[in-house]
Design a protein around this ligand. Structure first.
Ligand code: B12
Length: 313
């Protein structure tokens, strides 16, 4: 598909409002400063039925533009509130997932790796875990991009840019994250032959590495007979298969038997995940120990089945 009507980013979340505490946290000022600016009329607010102040994003941006919290109002604690209180800060502080998705979408289809990485980093600094960002921001945005590509609203090159931005941005965050100490366990991860969708695979590898695993990625498009050879070579405790699209079910069925025998011989647990397994025919071929819906249930499984006390080192 090569046509492209330029798709607008998802509609702005107009209705989201922020509490006094959220605004204070975002601008690193006291709640009393926020209330003072609000009472002086410089920062517009609406009141809840209970009388509490709520601020729209538009009101916060207007206040910023008019000099923001840096205005000389005699307050003592407005130093930290400067023009860097951007829309991203607002969205992160308010855990405004739909706004974060909009911002990430814009960065992704524009191929702006720096903006994508900055968004994830800012979110992480504010206590949003890497997994939360992956599940609540990146995955829905990629699904939306796929849908818009399918409808002919996005070009293939835009989807490619979004993929590159995502691989780079999650990789960037991952390299900066603290990791659990290495415990000696090995996981072998890959996508089956014919499947080029590698983003979820990278997320799985990053999740395991953060938990102290040695996670070896065979990458996308790995023939299962060769995956089986790698199992013999590395004797992993865990194998992870991510599949989004599969072809040639008969060949998969044949090769998977070989793969399964190798995994069982080495007592490796098998975890599968990805959209391809929604098809019962595919699901039934891939005998497994656990089918993950996302990264959160995957992490729970891994922690439950491989408790730290059982680690080799
Ligand atoms: C990016 C993309 C591509 C890129 C991939 C680039 C790359 N480097 O990875 C490229 C351009 C290569 C591509 C190609 C194609 N694509 Co494509 N692609 C996508 C897109 C937009 C995003 C995929 C993605 O990364 N999603 C983000 C991940 C993180 O989400 P996820 O896969 O759901 O994974 C989550 C969970 O499922 C889970 N999970 C997944 N796997 C695993 C594994 C384990 C072990 C665990 C624990 C968890 C887990 O955790 C993840 C985190 O939340 C999707 C849209 C979509 N709905 O996904 C289409 C999509 C998958 N593609 C589609 C199609 C049709 C194609 C092509 C056939 C197009 C074409 N005609 O050439 C080719 C096929 C290529 C091939 N042979 O594989 C269709 C598939 C429809 C179908 N079911 O048949 C989709 C759904 C688009 C659409 N709406 O039509 N694609």
């Amino acid at each position: 598909m090569s046509r492209s009507k330029r798709a607008a980013p998802p509609a702005l979340s107009q209705s989201r409002t922020y509490s006094t505490a959220e605004v204070a946290r975002m601008w690193a000022v006291s709640e009393s400063s926020v209330k003072r600016w609000s009472d002086s009329g410089a920062l517009a607010c609406v009141r809840t039925p209970g009388g509490h102040r709520r601020f729209t994003m538009q009101a916060l941006l207007d206040f910023q533009r008019a000099g923001g919290a840096g205005r000389d109002d005699g307050g003592a604690d407005h130093r930290g509130a400067t023009a860097d209180a951007t829309q991203l800060d607002l969205a992160v502080a308010g855990r405004d997932w739909s706004r974060l998705q909009e911002l990430y979408y814009e960065a992704a289809v524009a191929g702006d790796e720096a903006a994508g990485a900055a968004l994830l980093e800012r979110a992480f600094q504010d206590g949003i875990s890497a997994i939360e960002s992956k599940e609540r921001i990146l995955t829905p945005v990629l699904h939306l991009i796929g849908e818009r590509w399918r409808r002919g609203e996005l070009n293939i090159w835009e989807e490619h840019l979004a993929s590159q931005v995502t691989l780079a941005a999650t990789g960037h965050l991952h390299r900066r994250l603290p990791r659990a100490p290495a415990h000696g366990r090995v996981a072998l991860c890959g996508c089956p032959e014919g499947d080029l969708h590698e983003i979820a695979l990278q997320m799985v590898v990053e999740t395991l590495e953060a938990e102290g695993w040695r996670a070896i990625s065979l990458g996308p498009n790995t023939p299962l007979f060769s995956f089986a050879d790698a199992v013999q070579r590395f004797s992993p405790q865990l194998v992870c298969i991510s599949a989004t699209i599969v072809h040639d079910l008969e060949r998969l069925r044949r090769d998977y038997k070989h793969f399964y025998r190798a995994a069982r011989h080495h007592a490796a647990r098998i975890v599968i995940g990805g959209a391809a397994f929604a098809d019962p025919q595919v699901h039934d071929i891939f005998l497994h120990d656990f089918r993950a819906i996302g990264l959160t249930d995957f992490l729970e499984y891994v922690r439950r089945e491989f408790p730290p006390s059982d680690a080799a080192t």
